[in-house]
Design a protein around this ligand. Structure first.
Ligand code: AMP
Ligand code: TRP
Length: 344
């Protein structure tokens, strides 16, 4: 039996933070190396266009993300690593899927609402009236609304069954499954409903506010995987902590230390209780110092591999992967067109 297809992408919108790494990229590598799946990993450059980057920034970010993929351990011999915009058929499939999607469903997406609101930079806790929100939506770029349809097309064109992502993408996957059901009902069994694969840390929280998820839109609360050892040490030292002084996992009452404990556990391979035992009777300062050491040491090989990557080689890997992915997408799109009555 053929192995199931696994697919995921990350947007090239700037450096990767620990949420991206622990919610997605680290797991991509583990899933690839498990040998259980046919893996596709891509740079979601079309999705990044919704943020209206300059051409120069986009180019730089595409190469930088592909370099992160490779330095983290994605391997073109084991996975198809590609650039989303090279797959023209995604536009066709996105169109087909958009004709099955009510506009209201797109407007209800949490990610859409968040992105639209980001444009006006509301102050934390500020209330936005329904009328004001509607005005903002009317001004939003249409790509933000179409975002989940393109994401569904990404998955379906490669027959994706498993999709490793962080918690913030769950609603988009639910949306994808709904579209699959609609399509199959109308045109006959064509796609399988994709399932998410979450890590133990699907929602890494911000270092400056543990009630908010770590996010590129709040760079002050991010640890980036390319941060220098000095900066990592500093950011961890000044990360907010909770009241009390015990190193105890308690996400309800001690959200900050619980978040740091999860990061420690994921990077050291120790369980939370082993770490708690190690720090019994010690304070936050001792814990943070150790955590910084763990993080710095963990990313040492990543930094070394990344420093050696040449941009020409990275581009070639991306182009070769894109060619392979494109061939697969072409065949699938033809089959889809037959199903929907476009091929005479
Ligand atoms: P993006 O940068 O939006 O393309 O996100 C890339 C991947 O990182 C997606 O699978 C996200 O769900 C995941 N991700 C983003 N932020 C976090 C976070 N704070 N915790 C866990 N996963 C995250
Ligand atoms: N929307 C995802 C994110 O913001 C990126 C993405 C685009 C994706 N297409 C995808 C993830 C397909 C998984 C599968 O992180």
């Amino acid at each position: 039996m053929a192995k199931p297809v696994l697919i995921s992408g990350i947007q090239p919108t700037g450096p990767l933070h620990f949420g991206n790494y622990l919610g997605a990229l680290k797991n991509f590598v583990a899933l690839q190396n498990s040998g259980k799946y046919r893996c596709y990993f891509f740079v979601a450059d079309l999705h990044a266009l919704t943020e209206n980057p300059s051409a120069k920034d986009l180019e730089k970010n595409i190469l930088s993300l592909a370099s992160d993929f490779l330095a983290a351990g994605l391997d073109p011999k084991k996975s198809i690593i590609f650039q989303q915009s090279q797959i023209e058929e995604l536009q066709e499939l996105k169109w087909v899927l958009s004709t099955l999607t009510p506009v209201s469903e797109l407007m209800r997406m949490t990610a859409f609402k968040e992105k639209v609101l980001q444009a006006i930079k509301p102050i934390d806790g500020e209330k936005i009236s329904k009328k004001r929100f509607e005005e903002i939506v009317e001004e939003a770029n249409f790509g933000l609304a179409e975002y989940p349809i393109l994401m569904t097309a990404d998955i379906l064109i490669f027959g994706g069954q498993y999709v490793p992502v962080g918690h913030d993408q769950l609603q988009h996957l639910e949306f994808a499954r709904t579209l699959v059901r609609k399509f199959n009902y109308k045109f006959g069994q064509t796609f399988v409903e994709p399932k998410e694969l979450l890590t133990a840390t699907p929602r890494v929280m911000s270092l400056d506010d543990p009630t908010k998820k770590m996010s590129k839109s709040r760079p002050g609360g991010c640890l980036f995987i390319n941060d220098s050892p000095e900066l990592i040490g500093k950011k961890i030292r000044i990360a907010v902590t909770d009241s009390g002084s015990d190193i105890k996992y308690d996400p309800q009452n001690k959200a900050a230390i619980s978040n740091l404990l999860m990061i420690y556990s994921e990077l050291s391979g120790l369980t939370i209780s082993e770490i708690e035992a190690e720090f019994a009777g010690k304070g936050y300062a001792d814990f943070k110092k150790e955590l910084a050491d763990v993080v710095i040491e963990y990313f040492e090989p990543f930094r070394a591999r990344r420093a050696k990557l040449k941009s020409a080689a990275v581009k070639k890997i991306l182009m070769d992967g894109s060619k392979k992915a494109h061939e697969i997408a072409k065949k699938k799109m033809l089959a889809i067109k037959k199903k929907i009555g476009l091929v005479l």
